[in-house]
Write a protein that binds this ligand. Sequence first.
Ligand code: 2NE
Length: 276
Amino acid sequence: LNWTEYKSYEDILFHKSDEGIARIAINRPEKRNAFRPQTVDELINAFNIVRNDENIGVVLFTGAGPDKRGIYSFCSGGDQSVRGENGYKNDEGKQRLNVLELQRLIRSLPKVVIALVPGFAIGGGQVLHLICDLSIAAENAIFGQTGPRVGSFDAGFGSSYLARLVGQRKAKEIWFLCRKYNSKEALEMGLINAITKIEELEAEGVIWAREILRNSPTAIRILKASFNAENDGIAGIQELSGYTTQLFYSSEEAQEGRDAFLEKRPPDFSEYKWTP
Ligand code: 2NE
């Protein structure tokens, strides 16, 4: 695929193709692609650009690599070397947990996000992969939580949504024991959609993206919101219902209401039926 750089950053790579696919990669391979606040700020910026680009329908979210030792990673979570007393320190010394904003942004992005997991997806990195709509992993990928071992946890999507995917028993095992799981185990427990050879990972992601892009953008956008709504309570319903408002705005019936207000006359909805 012909990628062109969309925007240049320090910690991430951001490319797009001319067929509606973007690729965002965390680019700190020597740290197993651990994220610091700046990494997350850059990811938020890139995902927001994708959100506003009407030509992009699918994002491949991955980790750059390999490192000098030939090891691949998706992401190993928060960078422990900048962890302070109440968050992760940025260059100004301010402490943040901005990955939570990123999680919400990816979930509510009205496009499909596919995680391509080339290696380690650990801690907050495992949660980032979990948040994506679909996940394809290389044969050598490793998944797991370390939170309780390093004095951390994600009691939001990282546990509740994980339990929705793999069941309460397995989710508790993952968090309480902090074991590592290979791709085959991840597939069996419903954590990922498919496994490929590492050298075919991106090509497989592109195949999935192309299949998605053949389908109706509106149908997929609303389906994604409906999957969220089931899990996200009123916030999820708000997202789903917001899309129905958008659809309604495109109807003559809704436009009659707007026009009547602007023309300072009573609205005339008489030609619109109470459809059974
Ligand atoms: C990922 C894993 C299992 C890989 O093991 P291995 O043996 O292949 O690599 P190694 O030697 O541990 O790591 C290579 C280099 O990357 C750094 C290491 O310190 C090492 O640096 P050097 O010694 O070469 O200088 N590195 C790796 N992960 C890092 C990290 N997260 N932060 C800073 N440096 C890191 C193994 O590396 C591992 O277990 N990593 C730590 C995973 C972890 O505990 N992540 C944080 C969980 S908490 C979290 O992410 C979180 C949350 O729970 C809630 C909210 C937000 C975040």
